[in-house]
Design a protein around this ligand. Structure first.
Ligand code: CA
Length: 221
C-alpha cells in the first residue's frame, strides 16, 4: 500500500513517514501543495494524507483538483482546525475522513486502515470511448478487451483524452494537465509522448482514436 503524505511541517511529516513505514506502508512525502498535487496526479497512491494549510495549493484546492480530474484516491485530512464548517467543506469536496491535530499515532493508523478498507470496496470508475476502456481507479486501460501496457504518464495522458473525448486539446492544455507545466512551443515533448501513446493505443488496431488537428492539437474520438 502506497501513501502520499502532503504536510509542510518537516517534523510532523517525518513522524508520519516513519510511523507509517514501520507499519509496512510505502510513503512518499511532499512538503508543499504544488508538489503534492503534482505527485497525486501523476503517481498511483492508495491513500493521500493531506494537511489543510499548506504553502502553494492548499488541501481544499488539492482535493478539488483531484476530484475534477476524476482521481478517486481516498483522502484523509489532517488539520489543526476543528470547526463544523471545515469538516463539512472537506466532506463535501470528497474527503474520506478527517483527523484533528494533535492526534495519537494509533488513532491515525486506525483511520488509515478504515479508509483503505472502504476505498477498496468502492465501485471503479470506468470511462469508455468506442472499444477503449479506462479504469481510472485501477489505472488500467484496454482496447477490445486487450490490456494496454501503459506507463503512469501515458495513462494520465490517455485518461485526459478519454475524459474529454471529442474535444480538441491544445498542446498547452495537455502540458498543463498532464505535466503541470507551461507549454514551451520550442519543445516537441508533447508530440513525442502522443506518438508513443499512439503506438500502443492505435497502431495495433484498425480503427484509430487519436487524431492530430493541424495547428490546434489532438483529439480522441
Ligand atoms: Ca500546515
Amino acid at each position: 500500500m502506497k501513501i502520499l503524505v502532503i504536510e509542510d511541517e518537516p517534523k510532523a511529516a517525518a513522524y508520519l513517514r516513519d510511523g507509517l513505514s514501520e507499519h509496512g506502508f510505502v510513503v512518499d512525502l511532499a512538503h508543499n501543495g504544488d508538489d503534492g498535487l503534482h505527485l497525486a496526479l501523476t503517481e498511483a497512491y492508495d491513500l493521500l494524507i493531506l494537511d489543510v494549510l499548506l504553502p502553494g495549493c492548499d488541501g481544499w484546492a488539492i482535493l478539488s483538483c483531484l476530484r475534477t480530474a476524476s482521481r478517486l484516491t481516498p483522502v484523509l485530512f489532517l488539520t489543526a482546525r476543528d470547526t463544523v464548517q471545515d469538516r463539512v467543506k472537506g466532506l463535501e469536496l470528497g474527503a474520506d475522513d478527517y483527523l484533528v491535530k494533535p492526534f495519537a499515532f494509533s488513532e491515525l493508523l486506525a483511520r488509515v486502515r478504515s479508509v483503505l478498507r472502504r476505498g477498496s470496496a468502492r465501485q471503479p470508475e470506468i470511462v469508455e470511448v468506442a472499444d477503449l476502456q479506462l479504469d481510472l481507479v485501477r489505472q488500467q486501460a484496454s482496447r477490445g478487451g486487450q490490456r494496454l501496457d501503459l506507463t503512469a504518464k501515458e495513462f494520465v495522458l490517455l485518461s485526459l483524452f478519454a475524459r474529454r473525448a471529442g474535444e480538441v486539446l491544445s498542446r498547452a492544455t495537455i502540458a498543463e494537465q498532464v505535466w503541470d507545466m507551461h507549454f514551451d512551443p520550442g519543445t516537441n515533448v508533447i508530440d513525442v509522448h502522443v506518438r508513443r501513446l499512439r503506438s500502443k493505443v492505435d497502431d495495433p488496431f484498425d480503427r484509430k482514436l487519436i487524431h492530430t488537428m493541424r495547428g490546434m492539437g489532438y483529439v480522441l474520438e
